[in-house]
Design a protein around this ligand. Structure first.
Ligand code: ASP
Length: 584
């Protein structure tokens, strides 16, 4: 028996008990005549004591030689500590060791295994198994497990069946590039790894499973950002005989269940916002509504006043920065530089100070009088003491720029509080999105999303105006999930593919199996998927998903611990009928 107790559970009630513990040497303090060792395992830290008077000379010497991260087993008696540590669950006691076994030695770790470590990110990723011994990482993984368990509990209590779908499949269009896997047995042919189990979960509905879920890996070959991973986990769900309302209700309840069980937070019914309104008032389809600073469109009051920049713009739009009139000229100039950075891309920024006496002072006083500026303040909801910031230009670009400014200022003003949760549904997404570079439409969600009833005809005349039965769940400015009611008949699906630029042959080749299935009695169905990594990190009050993934990839998509991806040898290439031909 390696242990009778773990390192986190002994306290004063165990005094005089003989115990066996196993774990890692966190640190030791050697006073010559007495040695203390902190023994760590997943559950906590327990102090061990070896002293000259009560310990054999031989064991004393071995205790003195214990290095950091040695794996040891000890037997001994729980005794009361002379100087107690009220900050530790085991702080009242220590173990007077009578037997010490070294289970495994350790070389000196490349960084300290402490909450605050001296190891940089790269080093910690290379030795992730050591990083996982640290409380912050360990606790995040435990937290993630708790969230997954609660998801499973809730969904299975609500009649959902967990079904696994294959990973070696054919392209699923979620808008990213596929990762592909060569097939040895089918020369020259490739599987694609699923960007999501989308088509399979729809086929499960055709198969009569009715309510499906899966906590599942998805693979998307995209350029990476801090909060993206090439492989990530979804809580993927699908239901038959449902309308949008049924789906929103059940997944709102799931989210509420998680917020309550995990964070102890009760949230009222989630607000619902039309996609068009989200774009109009927040410039973004995933608005953070923990704070105001809503957009005020100013075209009708700011144009035709001789100010060419505004007159020539498709959209003139502003926000009020609470307390922003306190900014110095220099600070405002810095803000202007900030919006002009290439990452944001604005050409400039106009501002109007809202003075405490009700007067205004703007950067464009030449063109706008006090009455005009009062209207700007009214439209953006600015109060005396605030600063109105105004951007102008092509609608989509300006909205994105002002949205970036809104989020940045809210961050600086401390308005994005990690312990506050403001979920909402964004609904009525457009069915199609125009790719401005190619001039082609593509599916905003995916090609299986159904248009709103009665809007199919519009596809021919005004495709960009067609709205879909598609919805996103947004939490604190992050999209944590999205889904749609699906097309469930062959004709509509074929029409959809046609509008997405597929020839009937291409549609058949790629998705014939799905359209075939629709001919055998497909029920009306719909579903959604939550991004588990992101959900967990937001519930955990953090924004980077990497911190909640046991073995994440870095920004170049590499696993630096196992050093992947890596070349494969010629023999293996030959077996796969592949040749590597790198041109650069
Ligand atoms: N397959 C979709 C996605 O991965 C979710 C859904 O429509 O259910 O985003």
């Amino acid at each position: 028996m390696y242990r009778s107790h773990n390192c986190g559970e002994l306290n004063a009630t165990h005094i005089n008990t003989e115990v066996t513990l196993s774990g890692w040497v966190q640190k030791s303090r050697d006073k010559g005549f007495i040695v203390w060792v902190d023994l760590r395992d997943r559950y906590g830290v327990t102090q061990l004591v070896f002293d000259e008077e009560r310990t054999s000379k031989e064991m004393m010497e071995r205790a003195q030689k214990l290095g950091r991260e040695f794996v040891i087993q000890v037997k001994g008696k729980v005794i009361e500590r002379a100087s107690k540590n009220p900050n530790m669950p085991t702080g009242e006691i220590e173990i007077l060791v009578s037997e010490l076994t070294i289970l495994n030695k350790a070389i000196v770790p490349p960084f300290t295994i402490e909450d605050e470590t001296d190891g940089g990110e790269d080093l910690r990723m290379k030795y992730r198994y050591l990083d996982i011994r640290r409380n912050p990482v360990k606790n995040n993984l435990i937290f993630r497990s708790k969230v997954s368990m609660e998801v499973r509990n809730f969904l299975s209590n609500n009649g959902f069946i967990e079904v696994e779908t294959p990973y070696l499949i054919k392209s699923t269009p979620e808008g990213a590039r596929d990762f592909v896997v060569p097939s040895r047995m089918n020369e020259g042919e490739f599987y694609a790894l699923p960007q999501s189990p989308q088509t399979f979960k729809q086929l499960l509905m055709v198969g009569g499973m009715d309510k499906y879920f899966q906590i599942v890996k998805c693979f998307r070959d995209e350029d990476l950002r801090a909060d993206r991973q090439p492989e990530f986990t979804q809580i993927d769900c699908e239901m038959a005989f449902v309308e949008q309302e049924d789906i929103l209700n059940i997944f709102e309840n799931l989210t509420r269940h998680l917020l309550k069980e995990i964070n102890g937070v009760e949230v009222d019914k989630f607000p619902r916002m039309l996609f068009d309104d989200a774009m109009r008032f927040y410039g973004n389809d995933k608005p953070d509504i923990r704070f105001g600073m809503e957009f005020g469109e100013l075209n009708d009051i700011a144009q035709h006043k001789d100010f060419g920049v505004f007159n020539n713009a498709e959209l003139v739009v502003g926000i009020a920065v609470p307390g922003g009139n306190a900014y110095t000229r220099k600070e405002i100039d810095k803000l202007i530089d900030w919006v002009k950075r290439p990452q944001v891309g604005a050409l400039g920024m106009v501002y109007s100070r809202c003075n405490d006496d009700g007067s205004f002072k703007s950067s464009v006083d030449k063109f706008y009088d006090q009455e005009d500026l009062a209207k700007w303040a009214e439209r953006t909801g600015a109060k005396p003491g605030d600063l109105v910031c105004v951007l102008s230009g092509p609608t989509n670009k300006v909205r994105a720029q002002l949205s970036a400014l809104r989020m940045e200022l809210a961050e600086r003003l401390g308005l994005r509080k990690p312990n506050e949760f403001a979920p909402l549904w964004v609904i009525d997404f457009p069915l199609l999105e125009l790719d401005e570079e190619t001039g082609h439409y593509h599916a905003m969600h995916h090609p299986f999303t159904s248009p709103k009833p009665g809007q199919l005809e519009l596809l021919d005349t005004d495709p960009g105006a067609v709205k879909a039965n598609a919805y996103d769940l947004v939490l604190n400015g992050n999209e944590i999930g999205g889904g749609s009611i699906r097309i469930h008949d062959k004709e509509t699906q074929a029409t959809m593919f046609k509008h997405l630029g597929f020839t009937p042959e291409e549609a058949k080749e790629q998705f014939g199996f799905l359209m075939d299935a629709f001919q055998y009695g497909a029920p009306p169905h719909g579903g959604l998927a939550f991004g588990l990594d992101r959900l967990v990190s937001i519930l955990g009050g953090q924004e980077t998903i990497r911190d909640f993934i046991a073995f994440p990839k870095n920004n170049s998509g590499r696993d630096v611990m196992i050093d992947a991806p890596a070349p494969i040898d010629d023999e293996q290439l030959k077996e796969l009928s592949l040749q590597v031909n790198i041109n650069n």
